[in-house]
Write a new protein. Structure first.
Length: 105
């Protein structure tokens, strides 16, 4: 239990991608393809936004967990890892949001 929950979840997702779609949601979603994964990510994002506007903290917590789960599934399918995202966030660290946007052009 030394790893962070996100690292453990990512490892499980990467392991289950090639599992049995009958018993694994990750394997089932992976078999359905990138478009379905993207659709699920969008749905969870909208559900999280709705929960936030409704000021429902419990719902927002659950939807945020769904959103992060589906994001990791999509990243894994795209050959990316949470470390790639961490590196991008570290690159931005200390920059103002406005300067970061300008640097991106
Ligand atoms: N964190 C999650 C997680 N969060 C959400 N979900 C699933 O995401 C789905 C989203 O629910 P929806 O109602 O939107 O979708 P649905 O109707 O079930 O399915 P769709 O047909 O719309 O895809 C549900 O089936 C949830 O169970 C998750 N499924 C798995 N995990 C983690 O992934 C691990 C591996 O899971 P398996 O691949 O199932 O073994 C688990 O041990 C968990 O740690």
């Amino acid at each position: 239990m030394s790893q962070d929950i996100l690292d453990r979840l990512e490892a499980t997702i990467r392991e289950r991608r090639t599992g049995d779609p009958e018993t694994s949601y990750v394997a089932k979603l992976t078999a359905r393809g990138r478009k379905k994964m993207a659709q699920k990510l969008g749905e969870e994002g909208v559900e999280a936004a709705i929960a936030a506007v409704a000021e429902d903290k419990a719902a927002l917590t659950g939807e945020a967990a769904d959103l992060i789960f589906h994001l990791i599934v999509l990243l894994a399918d795209a050959g990316l890892t949470l470390d790639d995202v961490r590196a991008e966030l570290a690159r931005r660290e200390g920059m103002s949001g406005i300067a970061e946007k300008a640097a991106r052009g």
